[in-house]
Design a protein around this ligand. Structure first.
Ligand SMILES: Cc1cc2nc3c(=O)[nH]c(=O)nc-3n(C[C@H](O)[C@H](O)[C@H](O)COP(=O)(O)OP(=O)(O)OC[C@H]3O[C@@H](n4cnc5c(N)ncnc54)[C@H](O)[C@@H]3O)c2cc1C
Length: 366
């Protein structure tokens, strides 16, 4: 049973509501002209986990924006029971306060028990706005979610700063219970084309002053694949030592058709740019192959590679923690090892592109 709130003990500004007045698990969808982004669909996975322990609760996707109604079926195919859509030309430009307030108003009307938001740039802006305006808590960067069997409260699970333990955080008195998870921590649930669900269209009445104005919009030019989408990643740590070492890693990545990423210490040393940091405060990645060169394997780094297929570690220290979490480990100075790999890959390339492709396919299948 959820805890009963003693209203007289609450701050007088706060609405006095009992947790059991709130129902359903909301997942905030992010959409633009390219469709619904994968990161928000991934949040349907923890929503389904919570629902498996609370089968009376429905999963509701909330889709806010302009020209987004056409995407409403997508979350249903991936596991949502209902979708609430607010589609309005006044939402053509994303402003955190405006979008956040639309969700706040919907939450006041429907009273969801849980709101899950992906910790994308938008999610990191909107999530705290929604939580603060609704006077509730939010747990950022969860790595898992569960349900407290006694109270039915959602348990938001995440590593505390710099620790190897896990913290179980709950919001016993306030509703909704809010949590975020970073992109790629969870997979997108497999679609089921036969699923159907209710689509509720809500009209936008008043719109909040955004408090800011978009002056111009220049898409960032990206010459390479984003690390969160890359199939093959060669990741460098502090042990790479010099910019020449990074060049070797880049050569290896390019021969494999992959990209270079790095640990936080590699970012601090200027070996890779911050948008390529893997880990707790960087990005979560899900490549088929992750080659870690000169990375010790700190818990904060390894959190970012939970979804990786094969992990290959190259490290001079046989006791390096990364070897405990790798599929293959090579002990030694990385230079001759990476040079030998490059030499072999170049030889294969000369034999024809098929030889290398076949080797990669074999590695992926094994
Ligand atoms: C709150 C918090 C958040 C954090 N977030 C992140 C994060 O998102 N991502 C992240 O990566 N870290 C993060 N960290 C930092 C993390 O704890 C580690 O300090 C960091 O991951 C270590 O980076 P590294 O493995 O490159 O360096 P080190 O730990 O210094 O390891 C270098 C490795 O290189 C090896 N080496 C040295 N020379 C060679 C050589 N010639 N050949 C082969 N191997 C060699 C060494 O044996 C060693 O294992 C976070 C820390 C905190 C407190």
């Amino acid at each position: 049973m959820p805890v009963k709130v003693q209203c007289e003990k609450l701050c007088p500004e706060w609405p006095c509501e009992q947790p059991d007045e709130f129902h359903d698990i909301w997942v905030v969808m992010e959409a633009d002209e390219h469709g619904i982004n994968e990161a928000s669909l991934q949040m349907l996975t923890p929503a389904k986990k919570i629902q498996s322990k609370k089968p009376d609760e429905k999963i509701v996707a909330v889709l806010v924006g302009h020209d987004v109604k056409k995407y409403a079926e997508i979350p249903i195919k991936h596991g949502a029971d209902k979708v609430i859509v607010v589609d309005d030309p006044r939402l053509a430009t994303y402003y955190p306060r405006v979008y956040g307030q639309v969700i706040v108003d919907l939450a006041k009307k429907y009273k969801p028990a849980v709101i899950l938001v992906s910790a994308t740039m938008r999610g990191r802006e909107m999530g705290p706005y929604i939580a603060n305006t609704l006077r509730t808590g939010i747990t950022a960067d969860c790595t898992d979610f569960d349900v407290d069997e006694k109270t039915g409260d959602v348990l938001m699970i995440r590593p505390p700063f710099a620790a190897i333990m896990l913290a179980y955080i709950k919001t016993p008195f306030r509703r909704p219970q809010m949590g975020t998870a970073r992109p790629n921590v969870f997979p997108v649930p497999e679609p089921d084309e036969s699923r159907t669900g209710e689509i509720i269209e809500e009209k936008l009445e008043d719109i909040l002053d955004p408090g800011m104005q978009l002056v111009s919009h220049t898409p960032v030019k990206r010459s390479e694949v984003l690390i969160e989408k890359a199939e093959i990643i060669v990741s460098v740590g502090k042990g790479i030592g010099t910019p020449e070492g990074v060049q070797l890693a880049e050569k290896l990545a390019s021969l494999l058709g992959g990209v270079v990423a790095g640990s936080r210490k590699a970012v601090d040393a200027g070996f890779v740019t911050p948008d390529r940091q893997v880990g707790q405060t960087g990005k979560s990645v899900k490549p088929v192959l992750y080659i870690a060169i000169g990375i010790s394997g700190a818990a904060q780094h390894m959190l970012g590679v939970r979804e990786a297929g094969r992990i290959v570690a190259i490290n001079i220290d046989p006791e390096a923690p990364i070897f405990r979490q790798s599929d293959y480990g090579v002990v030694g100075d990385y230079r001759p090892i990476v040079e030998a790999l490059i030499e072999e890959l170049e030889r294969l390339k000369q034999e024809g592109p098929q030889a290398l492709e076949e080797l990669l396919k074999e590695a992926q299948a094994s």
